[in-house]
Design a protein around this ligand. Structure first.
Ligand code: NAP
Length: 312
């Protein structure tokens, strides 16, 4: 099939591109000009925020399937946290609308888009399915803006029912080039003893090896399933388990325990929320309806494996 991959140079795009080519697809990588070293069948330069340029680039690729793996989370030097999230929210809203329009105009018949599995409101069961409400009214302005933009991305994609839309809500990614890589922002904070354990550490994180994210997207290209699917591992992990375990794997000091108010001051609202109140996500729907399952079911094995792969 002819596949257009937007975000080919990102953390998921880099894993996904070779999988798609290995499966025999003709892949056009879309990037803003930094894709010279990308090993694709074709490369087109376009910005999702430039609607006419994007439409021309997508039309030239003549894709049957469009894959959306674009975020703008990679911070540029001097960016504040707010700026990084505001830029990503803008790409999720405006860039996604432009990409859906461009896909339709180019005659695509399917769209596969990236979302997140940790945007749910912290109420009800500890581990939630896809029907749980999104935390669009989170008390923190950055997180509320992020979740509202995620909700809008999903609405835009799912409304394109002529494009057999599928939204993959990834868990917290670990593995090469992610935040949890030994050289990533969280890996570094843990290594330096700057990521304390907050409160009771009962908040759940559903992790996902970046390779499993790419495998899910590759199979979504060929599958007929539509709708929203959590793509997460089998073991939602409380912070009091994963954080000390991760520190040990990194050879870092054991994280200090701090109360919630100090945790919020040190890590920001989301950092404290993740560790104390965040819900996990269930992959039951993806298993039943989409036939996907993680090749790395447990974050404990996966983080260990990912860190040893990087250090080799
Ligand atoms: N579920 C999760 O936990 C999750 C999901 C995604 C990312 N992350 C984290 O976020 C961090 C950054 O990840 P990343 O490197 O993949 O994200 P990224 O730097 O935002 O890159 C994503 C892709 O989007 C492209 N892109 C960005 N803005 C664009 C625009 N306006 N038009 C067209 N293309 C655009 C980039 O291409 P260019 O080469 O043109 O910049 C890149 O290919 C990582 O630590 C990762 O773990 C986490």
């Amino acid at each position: 099939m002819r596949v257009l991959l937007a975000g080919a140079t990102g953390v998921i795009g880099r894993e996904l591109l070779p999988l798609l080519r290995k499966a025999g697809h003709h892949v056009t990588a879309l990037a803003r000009g930094s894709a010279r070293d990308v090993d694709a069948d074709a490369v087109v330069a376009a910005d999702l925020l430039d609607a006419p340029g994007l439409a021309a680039a997508v039309a030239a690729a003549r894709p049957e399937v469009v894959v959306h793996q674009v975020t703008a989370l990679r911070p540029a030097s001097g960016d504040t946290r707010w700026e990084v999230f505001e830029r990503t929210a803008h790409v999720r809203r405006v860039g996604t609308a432009n990409l859906v329009d461009a896909a339709r105009a180019a005659g695509a018949r399917r769209i596969v888009a990236q979302s997140i599995a940790f945007a749910t409101t912290p109420s009800g069961d500890p581990v939630l399915g896809e029907d749980a409400p999104l935390f669009v009214d989170a008390p923190d302005a950055t997180w509320a803006m992020t979740v509202q933009a995620v909700a809008e991305l999903e609405r835009l994609v799912l409304a394109a029912d002529d494009l057999a839309p599928i939204v993959l809500r990834y868990g917290s990614l670990y593995g090469q080039y992610t935040l949890y890589d030994a050289s990533g922002a969280i890996g570094q904070a843990v290594h330096l003893g700057r990521l304390p354990l907050v409160g009771d550490g009962a908040g759940l994180t559903s992790f996902l090896h970046v390779r499993d994210a790419a495998l899910a997207a590759a199979s979504a290209v060929e599958h007929a399933a539509t709708g929203v699917f959590n793509i997460v591992d089998d073991e939602p992990a409380p912070a009091h388990a994963w954080l000390p375990g991760y520190a040990e794997l990194l050879g870092a000091p054991e994280p200090k325990r701090v109360p919630v108010d100090l945790g919020e001051r040190l890590l920001g609202w989301y950092g404290a929320f993740q560790q104390t109140r965040q819900r996990g996500a269930s992959n039951a729907k993806a298993r039943a309806e989409f036939g996907w399952r993680p090749t790395v079911p447990s974050w404990q094995d996966g983080v260990c494996q990912a860190l040893s792969e990087v250090s080799r």
